[in-house]
Design a protein around this ligand. Structure first.
Ligand SMILES: *Cc1c(COP(=O)(O)O)cnc(C)c1O
Length: 493
């Protein structure tokens, strides 16, 4: 007999391979009125498997309970506040999921000819123009499948444009507050990365950029708002400095829920920007599902956009492959088309005013959280933030309590922990993003819990160091997991 490990309603659940019994089935068929034929007489014997080793044999209720129980161990935006900074784990309207399921969208085949896909192409073309309007750019490609993929497309266009000018530049400037993907992108696009140090206000001074900027620099990659949740207030000046020396300005616009309807990045001199539809535009981020990272450019970079480009010719939409300067295809098909439909539906249903309100609420909520936690946790950059704020564990250090302990204790109180130890420029960072869809009560509950944890750190630091206690699993041995990863099921052990 297996030891009973359930506590209350937190049910334990073995692997599906450990359940069921020989011959148990999830169906029952009516008695047949035709002659029974053995599989061997219908299928060539070399294609028949004698035995499916370890294949689970379960009833319908076994299967339903298995997956329902597993789903109950999950924490998602539908279960509560999910303050994971840099990820925008906000609530996304369910109606947009329903729209994606409409058969005209969900049954479209990648090889459907252009003249039978006019509605689809129209939707994509219009979504492109919405995104161009929101970012203040001239043209958009929906091809990149994620934020990092959009960055790569952007930097490849920069490279192609410079090469067309006969220039082979070698370096890309990346601030220490940039998202980690910016460093990877510049490296994968074969550039040498040069780091710019942010100043005591947490932003990049244009003088620093001027010092580093020369005709070897292809571009600067700026995350705005940066990973400290701060607005890069010198971006306009920085763009002038970079342009004067013939470079390009790449803006990482993954966190657009801080800016929509308030500021157009194109107005600040940005030449190319990517957008994460799976953060701001009604697809959850980090769900393991598909995303989309459209890239928007100014006219100068438009000839280099990935092919095919969706063009409108009178009332007809076309996919144009005949673009001699294009960087080529970023991928073969739009398997993530549903993400585009949700973004389209979201933008239309919110309208310009609604999108602006999203940004205002995202920024208001983050500043409210920041003000209320200030004093309980160390705030390294004490100034108004955008859609997220960054604290540290410095006040808790003297009780030998760390950022990790604080994050784990939050689990005991039923919250998903914030992003921790990122951005790297802040030691012991706790990066929190409440998002625009949380009510005041829900943010207040989170604040109360954070304050209580700060008190516990003083009086009962052990509680934090041993957290989580009320979760399905206790603290994991992360060193062991990294050194000896268990990647495959090897039977009952
Ligand atoms: C999320 C994020 C990215 C990366 O997006 P992916 O879709 O995960 O590749 C890049 N930059 C910033 C600022 C982000 O927040």
């Amino acid at each position: 007999m297996a030891k009973i490990k359930d506590t209350g309603l937190i049910q334990d659940e073995p692997l599906i391979f450990e359940q069921g019994g020989k011959g148990r089935k999830g169906y029952s068929l009516p008695r047949w009125d035709v002659e029974v034929a053995e599989a061997q007489s219908l299928i060539p014997t070399q294609l028949l498997r004698e035995e499916l080793i370890g294949f689970p044999q379960l009833s319908e209720v076994d299967v339903v309970r298995h997956f329902t129980r597993l789903s109950q161990w999950n924490y998602g935006v539908d279960s509560g506040l999910y303050p994971l900074g840099s990820c925008t784990m906000k609530y996304n309207p369910k109606v947009n999921e329903e729209i994606v399921k409409m058969s005209g969208f969900s049954n479209i085949h990648p090889y459907t000819p252009e003249d039978l896909s006019q509605g689809i192409l129209k939707l994509m073309h219009e979504l492109q123009s919405f995104l161009a309007e929101i970012t203040g750019m001239d043209e958009v490609s929906l091809q990149p499948a994620a934020g990092a993929h959009g960055e790569l497309a952007g930097m490849m266009m920069v490279r192609a444009c410079l090469e067309a000018r006969g220039e082979r530049r070698k370096k890309v400037l990346v601030p220490d507050t940039a998202h980690g993907t910016n460093c990877s992108t510049s490296t994968i696009a074969s550039y040498q990365m040069v780091e710019i140090k942010s100043n005591e206000k947490g932003v990049i001074p244009s003088e620093k950029v001027a010092e580093l900027m020369d005709d070897e620099v292809a571009a600067i990659m700026v995350t705005n708002p940066n990973t400290l949740g701060l607005f890069e207030e010198n971006l306009g000046k920085i763009a002038e400095v970079v342009h004067r020396k013939g470079g390009f300005v790449y803006c990482d616009g993954a966190n657009l829920n801080a800016l929509m309807g308030i500021l157009k990045l194109g107005d600040l001199g940005v030449d190319v920007v990517h957008i994460n539809l799976h953060k701001t535009f009604s697809t959850p981020h980090g769900g393991g599902g598909p995303g989309a990272g459209p890239v928007a450019v100014k006219n100068e970079l438009a000839p280099y956009l990935p092919i095919p480009v969706i063009e409108k010719d009178g009332e007809i939409y076309r996919l144009n492959d005949d673009r001699p300067y294009s960087i080529g295809k970023m991928r073969a098909f739009y398997g993530n088309f549903g993400v585009l439909v949700k973004a389209y539906a979201y933008i239309l249903s919110m309208g310009a005013e609604g999108l602006k309100r999203v940004s205002e609420m995202a920024v208001l909520n983050a500043n409210y959280l920041m003000k209320k936690l200030k004093g309980h946790y160390h705030l390294p950059y004490d100034r108004p933030c955008m859609h997220e704020c960054v604290f540290t564990d410095r006040f808790q250090e003297k009780y030998h309590v760390s950022t990790l302990d604080i994050a784990k204790r939050l689990i005991d109180y039923g919250f998903h922990p914030p992003t921790i130890y990122f951005p790297l420029v802040v030691k012991g960072a706790l990066m929190m993003e409440p998002t625009e869809t949380e009510s005041k009560e829900s943010i207040d509950r989170f604040i109360e819990t954070m304050v209580q944890i700060a008190e516990e750190a003083k009086e009962h630091p052990d509680l934090l160091r041993q957290a989580p206690q009320r979760a399905k699993v206790r603290r994991l041995d992360e060193v062991l997991a990294a050194r000896k990863p268990k990647l495959r099921w090897t039977g009952n052990q």
